[in-house]
Design a protein around this ligand. Structure first.
Ligand code: BES
Ligand code: MN
Ligand code: ZN
Length: 513
């Protein structure tokens, strides 16, 4: 679906269906729309629009008019206005327009202007959120259908048009729409990778996607192959990869604006398990297919770079490096056995007591790699790391682990901006001793109780004293089973993409390496 603008000062707006908003017990908030579609006033259905949350009322004018239909979207009580309600309303509206076969959907920008007070948000932000919600709300995974394609997937509307009555669209509004479009592209890119089955989205394919992004947007990209991963001494990553026939990859993507070559980079690390069977510590069969989504962290990093490529002001952002260790975790004759010990890139040895605690094994070597290679301004890793985090925060909550107050505040602010549920969990030193191994420097699991914390404490062992570091556990929100309006199909959500965009924009990084 294309996003465009239509300026008609004194003239006529044109769209198969135009969107209007209404708060509970009030009149629709688009006065200009009433001027452009005066028939609304006498439309009988207008009386049915009570403004309740999630309510949609379709008004019909004469079919020959340039604005023949208006879809009135309820936003609930004005006093309880939250951006999330607006996002959901827009996403559902676009889904509805798709089922009706409308080709063009219009949105009067003046209608949004009337919402700025209720949402205490600038018009630009509303434009961005509305554009983004329209695009991500239409996402569904259709790449793997065959003969069933037609019946399963009605066509998206072709255009989402922002309607203005002034002659010119202000620059800031233009930029806001493009920003929403860019971040939506990142999210859709991530979702498509997560929903891609493991026989299609292999580590090799992830690496190809990364180099494709680099080619299109002039990022630099280096991909390490199995021999290099092994020769470098990534013994923990290798221990996970060695059981799989599919080859592992270690992806390094870099965005470095001119003049920032000497800056300390922000490093984003994403867990890239294209499939997690558990290895010899095999998972139960029920729901195992969901483990194609165990590369949700990697998808977030790649989706962030996709968004970065589409952002007009990417050069104003800091130098950012994305690291993705990616492999399958399979059982087999070459697989790591419970009780095996390996030497990590850091030199510390690990006793692998449970081969299903593999995410931390591939991440710890990536964390060490980042510190050996650069002096990172900060390292943020993102991973579908523990079932325990889902138990702690529920299926939509992401765990935030860091001792750095500024990083924590920045990520919580980001989540508030995007409407995602990120919440701090502790890195208690008292629990660190739970990772003691009888034979090696550290064991890869601790007690089940507090499992998300033990996983985070494991990673912390690989972070040097003066490195700023944060770990995000997205085991819950990375992949949803119950669809939501913004993720209308079950599967990958692309959480992390927007959070990384916000971090890159807001995090203060010092400009010296
Ligand atoms: N990928 C899983 C975590 C996971 C579980 C993600 C459910 C999404 C939904 C991870 O590799 C894993 O298996 N973790 C184990 C760790 C345990 C063996 C210490 C877990 O959470 O059970
Ligand atoms: Mn696992
Ligand atoms: Zn895993």
């Amino acid at each position: 679906m294309d996003i465009n603008f239509h300026n008609a000062s004194g003239g006529e707006w044109r769209a198969d269906c135009s969107l209007a908003f209404i708060f509970e017990g009030e009149r629709p908030v688009s006065p200009v729309l009433f001027e452009q579609a005066p028939w609304m006033e006498i439309s009988p259905a207008l009386r049915d629009a009570a403004g309740k949350k999630e309510e949609m009322t379709l008004l019909h004018g004469h079919p020959e008019l340039s604005l023949p239909r208006v879809l009135v979207l309820g936003l609930g009580k004005k006093a309880d206005a939250s951006l999330q309600t607006l996002r959901l309303a827009v996403a559902k509206a676009l889904q509805y327009c798709r089922t009706k076969g409308f080709q063009s959907v219009g949105l009067p920008v003046e209608g949004l202007l009337s919402l700025t007070e209720a949402y205490s948000a600038p018009l630009e932000l509303l434009v961005k959120e509305v554009v983004l919600s329209a695009l991500v709300g239409l996402y569904s995974c259709e790449s793997y259908r065959g003969t069933g394609k037609k019946e399963n997937s009605p066509e998206d509307p072709r255009r989402f048009t922002l309607l203005l009555s002034e002659k010119h669209t202000p620059d800031t509004i233009h930029r806001a729409a493009r920003e929403g479009e860019a971040e939506a592209a990142g999210i859709v890119f991530a979702r498509e990778l997560i929903n891609g089955p493991a026989n299609h989205i292999t580590p090799t394919v992830l690496a190809e996607k990364a180099s494709e992004l680099a080619r299109t947007h002039t990022f630099s990209c280096t991909v390490l192959k199995p021999e290099q991963i092994r020769a470098l001494g990534m013994g923990a990553f290798w221990a996970v990869a060695q059981g799989a026939k599919e080859e592992p990859r270690f992806i390094i993507l870099e965005h470095c604006p001119k003049g920032k070559e000497q800056d300390a980079p922000l490093v984003f690390i994403g867990k890239g398990l294209t499939f997690d069977t558990g290895g010899i510590s095999l998972k139960p069969a029920a729901k195992m297919h969901e483990m194609k989504g165990d590369m949700g962290g990697a998808a977030a990093v790649l989706g962030f770079f996709k968004a970065l490529g589409a952002l007009a002001n990417a050069d104003e952002l800091p130098r950012v490096i994305g690291l993705i260790p990616t492999t399958e975790n399979m059982p087999g004759g070459h697989a790591t056995r419970p009780g095996d010990t390996v030497t990590t890139l850091s030199g510390q040895t690990v006793e692998i007591l449970n081969t299903d605690a593999e995410g931390r094994l591939i991440l710890c070597d990536a964390i060490t790699y980042a510190q050996k290679e650069w002096k990172p301004a900060a390292i943020v890793d993102i991973a579908t790391l523990t079932g325990a985090c889902v138990i702690a925060l529920g299926d939509l909550g992401a765990g935030v682990f860091t001792k750095d107050k500024e990083l924590r505040r920045c990520v919580l602010d980001a989540a508030e901006t995007t409407g995602e549920l990120y919440w701090p969990l502790p890195l208690w030193d008292d629990y660190d001793a739970n990772l003691k191994s009888d034979v090696a420097d550290i064991a890869n699991i601790g007690p089940r109780e507090g499992g998300a914390i033990h996983a985070a404490l494991f990673l912390q062992r690989f972070v040097e004293k003066n490195t700023r570091w944060m770990h995000l556990d997205i085991a819950g929100p990375g992949y949803v089973v119950k669809p939501t309006a913004l993720s209308p199909v079950p599967g990958g959500t692309g959480t992390g993409v927007r959070i990384f965009c916000e971090l890159a924009r807001k995090l203060k990084v010092k400009n010296t390496a």
